[in-house]
Design a protein around this ligand. Structure first.
Ligand code: ATP
Ligand code: MG
Length: 479
């Protein structure tokens, strides 16, 4: 396979390849860039691997790119970066890694291209594209990454037990790529994750968080959460979510499986909003259910106050997981706390005052709350679902009407009561109201323009009808 024709900006690759040729070096674009190019997905960073020093190559490339090009060198890692506008070029020498049982950090040595590709996590990430002139664009694919892209499979190039035990973060990456790309985990790869799941505990919370946020940003985040559950990773990462799983039946009455319910809600929120904090609120909306579950002989299963308990759980989960604190977290807790309100409202009665109360609590987050409320109706009873959704339409219409009314009230007119009093020499009283009301009506009906001049003319004319004339020159009110 040759990718030369697929490159949207071949100049950069030709330039790097030309410099490598002059140095007598092999050089390849590798990893995620090649994968994304084949899939047709945009990517911002390009990783180049050369056989030999990556820093030397980067410095040589930097010299050909003009005097303002800055080469960022990281000697300890043997890497160097060059920024070209949106693009970030990274250079590294081909390396071989070996892991020892007792250390998470590999021993790194210079290696061949083959060795470099073998140490990579998945076959789809282990392809290289030559940039040397002699075979420009040619793909080196030692592990059938192309076939795995075609089949939509995440698979490790080497023994998966070794791969995951060496670097357990790769288990999170497997799930994350499956979610971002809509791929499946190759069964032996998935089984190896299940066997090595407990090793995730040696990975820092920050790195796990980064993967979770990428999962949440995908079009269908449920893929990731389902896989985390199926592989046994979830109980180490977010045990509170794992606890949502399962159905208990008593006297023939079961409650819904809140884990799968949550995933449905999450996906339908994700289909309507890209806002990360709203997606997290969807994931956690029922997180208080296991702690509040109770059996009531007359009503069946209940989860009283699960929204309040859930909201209270958020700070602990966020701190432990190294999720963003501050505004982001407060928003999630607030939405979790309020998520029942729109439903409670339509179950009772959609009165103006109830709608106004909801709007006051939710403030600017009301549209998000309504997205979650709609997504939360996962009932299989279509008639019931339709009734709820129609009532939400009604709530939204009322909110819009209330907002319009409030805006009208807050609106400033070109002329106010005190000015009318000064103009006509009137005392405080209903007569002032008469002029103001007529003036406002005339503006609303577009009888006159909404300017001070027009308002003054209008009031003066209206006064004249009543035999009243201005006691000051109207022009003084224009200054
Ligand atoms: P993205 O940038 O979209 O997150 P990516 O595949 O480019 O995806 P990076 O983290 O940028 O991921 O890594 C670049 C490449 O380095 C990968 O494609 C893979 O070949 C290799 N790589 C990254 N992390 C690991 C790891 N933990 N183990 C093995 N190889 C890795
Ligand atoms: Mg990358």
């Amino acid at each position: 396979m040759n990718l030369a024709e697929s490159l949207s900006n071949p100049r950069i690759f030709r330039a790097v390849g030309g410099v490598a040729d002059e140095l007598g070096r092999e050089c390849y674009a590798v990893g995620g860039f090649v994968r994304d190019l084949i899939i047709g997905r945009p990517s911002k960073d390009i990783d180049f691997v050369t056989v030999g020093s990556g820093i030397e190559l980067a410095e040589a490339v930097g010299r050909t790119m003009g005097p303002r090009t800055h080469v960022n060198v990281f000697r300890t890692y043997g890497t160097a970066q060059i920024r070209r506008g949106e693009l970030e070029l990274e250079f590294v020498g081909a390396r071989k890694e070996s892991y020892t049982r007792d250390s998470r950090n590999p021993i790194v040595e210079d290696g061949t291209l083959e060795e470099d590709l073998s140490r990579r996590d998945f076959t789809i990430n282990a392809m290289a594209m030559s940039v040397n002139a002699s075979n420009f664009g040619e793909v080196i694919d030692l592990f059938d990454g192309l076939g795995d892209i075609r089949r939509g499979v995440i698979r490790t190039p080497l023994d998966p037990d070794v791969t995951f035990s060496d670097d357990p973060l790769r288990m999170m990456r497997a799930v994350r790529f499956a979610t971002q790309l809509g791929f499946e985990l190759y069964p032996p790869t998935k089984e190896a994750i299940a066997r090595n799941a407990s090793r995730i505990e040696i990975i820092t919370r920050e790195r796990i968080k980064d993967e979770l946020f990428k999962i949440m940003a995908a079009p269908k985040p449920s893929i990731g959460w389902r896989l985390l559950h199926e592989t046994g990773l979830l109980k180490y990462i977010l045990p509170e979510l794992e606890k949502l799983k399962g159905v208990e039946v008593r006297n023939g009455r079961g409650h819904k499986d809140n884990f799968y319910h949550t995933l449905m809600v999450l996906d339908s929120v994700a289909a309507r909003s890209e806002k990360p904090e709203l997606r997290w609120a969807a994931l956690f909306h029922d997180i208080g259910k296991p702690a509040t579950k109770a059996w009531d002989p007359s009503r069946g299963w209940t989860f009283h106050n699960h929204n309040f308990i859930g909201a209270k759980m958020i700070p602990g989960i966020f701190a432990r997981s190294k999720f963003p604190q501050g505004e982001f977290m407060r928003y999630v807790a607030k939405i979790v706390e309020l998520h029942m309100r729109p439903i409670a409202l339509v179950e009772e009665e959609v009165t103006d005052s109830a709608v106004r109360r909801l709007a006051n609590y939710a403030e600017e987050d009301l549209p998000d709350l309504m997205i979650l409320a709609r997504a939360d109706i996962t009932s299989k009873d279509e008639a019931k679902k339709a009734r709820f959704l129609a009532n939400f339409d009604l709530v939204e219409e009322k909110i819009a009407a209330i907002r319009a009314k409030d805006a009208e009230r807050a609106r400033k007119y070109a002329l106010d009561g005190t000015e009318v009093m000064r103009l006509l020499g009137l005392p405080t009283g209903p007569e002032v109201g008469y002029y103001i009301k007529h003036l406002q009506q005339a503006v609303k009906d577009c009888e006159i323009e909404d300017t001070r001049e027009a308002a003054l003319d209008y009031v003066v004319a209206l006064a004249a009808e009543k035999g009243l004339s201005p006691v000051i020159d109207p022009k003084t009110l224009l200054e």
